[in-house]
Design a protein around this ligand. Structure first.
Ligand SMILES: Nc1ncnc2c1ncn2[C@@H]1O[C@H](COP(=O)(O)OP(=O)(O)OP(=O)(O)O)[C@@H](O)[C@H]1O
Length: 249
């Protein structure tokens, strides 16, 4: 079964066609990486998936439902979590408090004037489980603003996970990281995918990360889907090599 079905989406900005007739299916439990040179349309495509703006044409289905016209917020409510949008991370709050806020949003408690003891205990448990999943259980009381970059990214991912998503969208999860932190986050994403069966779509520039993690790679070039396939197929694809990999490597 597909968690996400994108059918022939196009996005125009005036005369510029940023995404042109792109289709993509993501199966439940699949990790799909979107790659492509600068300006290829990756971020625009991601914005279409998460509902930042609507496509000019085409349709998007999530969990079998047409969500093409739904807002970002409605998509989050239905189980689509994107790191940078929910990462209104609060640097002056602790790791635990940040993730608790996301868990309360997910549980629909955020707008309630008070939470009873059983509900509070449930949220507490969910936060603890989530922090364990991202290996931050030893840093629950640290202020997020004081964490190393890799741990901050892990906290952002924990906030997304606390929403209990059916689909996790990660926008350049290793951006701005050194080798050690890149390795840490790559291992975390691999664990979420392999051991916990999360469905994930990510944009990533680091080809080591992409080829290590992805079940499927989608190559965008000038707004078009140039190719999609397994890492092996993409590595062997001559069109991709000519357009992208040859120059990026
Ligand atoms: N809001 C916008 N208004 C007008 N043009 C836009 C807008 N957003 C993106 N574009 C244009 O659409 C094209 C695709 O941009 P996009 O940011 O999606 O590419 P990208 O693959 O994410 O690039 P990068 O790897 O550099 O982030 C570019 O030509 C960009 O200038």
């Amino acid at each position: 079964m597909n968690v996400l079905e994108i059918q022939n989406v196009t996005k125009r900005f005036g005369n510029l066609v940023a995404v042109r007739d792109v289709s993509l299916n993501v199966a439940k439990g699949e990790l799909c990486a979107i790659i492509g040179p600068n300006g290829a349309g990756k971020t625009t495509f991601f914005n279409l998936i998460s509902g930042f703006f609507p496509p000019t044409s085409g349709a998007i289905r999530f969990d079998g439902q047409d969500i093409t016209k739904l807002s970002t917020h409605e998509r989050v409510t239905r189980g689509m979590a994107r790191t940078f949008q929910i990462t209104e991370i609060f640097p002056e709050l602790t790791v635990f408090e940040n993730v608790r806020i996301a868990a309360e949003v997910a549980g629909g408690y955020r707008l309630r004037p008070w939470i009873n003891r059983a509900e509070a205990a449930k949220i507490h448990r969910r936060v603890e489980e989530t922090l364990k999943l991202v290996s931050l259980e030893g840093k629950t009381d640290r202020l997020v603003g004081e964490l190393a970059h890799g741990d901050q990214r892990a906290a952002e991912i924990a906030m997304a996970l606390a929403l209990q998503p059916h689909l996790l969208l990660l926008d350049e999860p290793t951006a701005g990281m050194g080798d050690q932190e890149t390795y840490q986050i790559t291992q975390l994403i691999r664990r979420l995918h392999r051991d916990n069966n999360y469905s994930i779509v990510l944009i990533e520039h680091d080809m080591r990360v992409v080829f290590h993690l992805a079940d499927r790679i989608c190559v965008l070039d000038q707004g078009r889907m140039l190719a999609q396939g397994t890492p092996k197929e993409i590595a062997a694809n001559e069109t991709v090599q000519a357009a992208y990999l040859g120059t990026a490597a």
